[in-house]
Design a protein around this ligand. Sequence first.
Ligand SMILES: NC(=O)c1ccc[n+]([C@@H]2O[C@H](COP(=O)([O-])OP(=O)(O)OC[C@H]3O[C@@H](n4cnc5c(N)ncnc54)[C@H](OP(=O)(O)O)[C@@H]3O)[C@@H](O)[C@H]2O)c1
Length: 240
Amino acid sequence: MTVTASSRIVILGGTSGIGLATARRAAEVGAVVTIASRRPESIGRALAELPAGVVGRAVDASSSAAVAALFDELGAFDHLVYTAGENLVGRPLAEYSVAHAQKFFGLRVFHALEAVRLAVSHLSATGSITLTSGTAAYKGGPGWTLGTATSGAIVSVARSLAVELAPLRVNVVAPGVVRSPLWAQLSEEDRESMYAGAAATLPVGRVAEPDDVAKAFLALMDQDHVTGTVAVVDGGALVA
Ligand SMILES: NC(=O)c1ccc[n+]([C@@H]2O[C@H](COP(=O)([O-])OP(=O)(O)OC[C@H]3O[C@@H](n4cnc5c(N)ncnc54)[C@H](OP(=O)(O)O)[C@@H]3O)[C@@H](O)[C@H]2O)c1
């Protein structure tokens, strides 16, 4: 289903970074957009910079009841985008703990799947679900084991769900490093140095802005003949 003024789009995690940029692009084509995240102040800040008409709701994606209540309030919609995520610090395997692993998988995988389960009966048959992974699905490194595991899991579940939930389409966006508030807990100096270090290795010579990634979410919603696939938006990181 092409994204038009009649498309109803719900973005869990839509108040910041990639989700917010996706909401902006969708609202600019006139779609009926609902953004949701935990903190009312995130909603207020996001709505202040989005086109009029976007609706915001405070919803913790790790609460099944809250997500179900949101979908019940909205009724039928066409596209679900899941970008909810928090910045978790990776650890070497020597410091592995099951509790830390469960944190990594919680919001990004377990609750993403729960949101999909709860959304299915609300989504139109010509609609879509787009989940968030990362280039860690394909390329790891020291301390990245849980990041690779969660990113890889999302790529894999989309392959399966695309078949199980057909004709609903299920796709994934896998960003590389994105200049977004996800990295706000780093000092400005560390953050800029991380961006500069990453940019220097990239064929495109810069890290992504949230809007670069938002384009991929819009494309996957729009593209009727694509399901079970991954849009990698990484400035060439995987091939450099
Ligand atoms: N930025 C990168 O470099 C990068 C690279 C690869 C993959 N990713 C992935 O892309 C996704 C989005 O990242 P981003 O860069 O856009 O991050 P971001 O700017 O920090 O945005 C994250 C969003 O998730 C929401 N959120 C956090 N916990 C939530 C919860 N329990 N329930 C509902 N919403 C919640 C936040 O709002 P509240 O705080 O109000 O809840 C915020 O709107 C994440 O999964 C991230 O891991 C990011």
